[in-house]
Design a protein. Structure first.
Lengths: 172, 288
């Protein structure tokens, strides 16, 4: 039962993004700005830092693939980036001191890197013609604001959970 | 150089980049159908989504209801005023319908481009990264949904089916229409003016109706509806009303900004439209 907790948590985060967007009132704010919930990515980063690198990368691969198939219908984009970001994060944590604040800061970096990367690919395959200025002001900044709020609310309980799970994994 | 190739991680990275490019290329190809693993994953997650979504929507619906109750009095007043108008319209509609049916019987023309079978569906998910506005609905091929079918809400057209898997399908909203997807439409007036809906203007929040003859007379507030000539959409689905008419970039034809009738953002329940006339033809062909 306890083994199933981690996949369940990941699924909840995976679903929460879609539900969040669906339930957000479709007001002017929604139509004007694009704020993308990156809860799954933040979860993956915390997973990498507080459980193990392998966990982060495997979950990144699986849920990245799900994300591609279910939501975007362009295969490969998130599968590749989630895994790579989990790997980079594990490398980065070896350099930095392991502290909650550092993890949060790196998560924000990862969210913006992901946004840039997806923007680049969308430009490359010609699915968008958004200018860089529009991208920056209407997409990147609102996204960062939303995810900062999410991190402020959830980082501490998430860390406590994952540290507990990580301890159990290591004991086995 | 040999050292470069010995670095396992670097090679892994390069291989995965190649893999990534191949996958993107594969999925950008014009596909009529999704591969079965994709369909399977979509249906499974669709089921899980449905489980998560229902309670969340109920809670959100409750708060929305409270909001609605606040406005009830105002709305009620307005609606009562409209009611009388509605009754006369309804009576007119009934007689016209009857007359139409009789005339059709005389002509021995049973089928019309307008006839369609509605398939009710609920939105169970939305693309969280909003590069393409895509919604996921809970009806699929098993319910008769096919690629490219029109998707409407009671107000008007909202999009078309992008891909259908067995139990779920994805709907591309009109606001995400790319240049390749065109919808044949016309402006209702004394003389109908035909054109093609091509693309969406993000800034003005309007659809672009192009390829309109330069001498066509179009006024503001005229209705734009589907023409049914495209092959899959039925005739007469409302799209929106004319906002502005401008000459297009070469000056040979006109372009009309169309304000969508339906709210393209706030969508909870949709109706997938299955045209009757093409279907019977297809069945006959298949029977042969």
């Amino acid at each position: 039962m306890k083994k199933l907790f981690l996949p369940f948590l990941a699924t909840v985060f995976f679903m929460s993004e879609s539900i969040f967007i669906d339930l957000w009132p479709k007001d002017e704010l929604y139509q004007q700005y694009v704020f993308v919930p990156r809860f799954l990515l933040i979860f993956l980063i915390f997973l990498t830092v507080y459980v193990t690198q392998t966990h982060g990368m495997v979950y990144g691969l699986i849920f990245g693939m799900l994300y591609d198939i279910v939501y975007t219908e362009v295969l490969g984009i998130y599968m590749f980036s989630f895994t790579l970001i989990a790997y980079m994060m594990a490398k980065a944590m070896k350099i930095f001191h392991n502290h909650l604040f550092i993890t949060c800061f790196l998560s924000m970096m990862a969210v913006s890197v992901l946004e840039f990367y997806v923007y680049g690919i969308q430009l490359l395959i010609g699915k968008t013609n958004m200018s860089f200025h529009d991208f920056y002001s209407h997409r990147l900044l609102p996204t960062l604001v939303l995810n900062v709020i999410f991190i402020i609310l959830c980082s501490y309980p998430l860390k406590q959970w994952l540290v507990k799970i990580g301890r159990r994994e290591r004991e086995e | 150089m040999p050292q470069f190739f010995l670095n396992k991680r670097l090679i892994l990275l390069l291989v995965s980049i190649i893999f990534l490019v191949a996958l993107i290329g594969f999925s950008l190809k014009e596909r009529t159908e999704l591969t079965w693993p994709e369909q399977f994953i979509k249906d499974t997650t669709g089921f899980v989504q449905l489980i998560f979504h229902k309670p969340a929507q109920l809670v959100a619906g409750f708060f929305e209801n409270i909001q609605d109750i606040k406005n009830t009095y105002k709305e009620n007043k307005l609606l009562k005023e409209r009611l009388d108008e509605y009754v006369t319209l309804e009576a007119q509609l009934q007689t016209l319908k009857k007359e139409n049916a009789e005339l059709r019987a005389i002509l021995k023309k049973k089928e019309s481009l307008r006839d369609f079978v509605p398939i009710q569906a609920t939105v169970i998910g939305r693309n969280p990264d909003r590069w393409q506005e895509i919604i996921i609905v809970n009806k699929g091929e098993q319910n008769g949904v096919k690629k490219d079918m029109a998707v409407i809400t009671p107000e008007g057209l909202v999009g078309k089916v992008q891909h259908a898997s067995q139990f779920t399908s994805t709907v591309q909203l009109l606001s995400a229409l790319d240049q390749k997807n065109r919808i044949s439409a016309y402006v209702q007036g004394k003389e109908n003016v035909f054109g093609l809906i091509e693309g969406y203007d993000e800034k003005r929040k309007a659809l672009l109706l192009k390829e309109i003859p330069f001498d066509a007379k179009i006024e503001k507030k005229q209705l734009v509806v589907t023409s049914g000539l495209g092959g899959i959409f039925p005739k007469g689905l409302p799209i929106g009303e004319v906002m502005e008419v401008v000459p297009d970039q070469y000056g040979l034809t006109k372009m009309v900004y169309v304000k969508p009738a339906a709210n393209l953002y706030d969508i909870d329940d949709v109706i997938i439209v299955k045209r009757k006339i093409g279907e019977t033809l297809q069945e006959k062909e298949e029977a042969k």
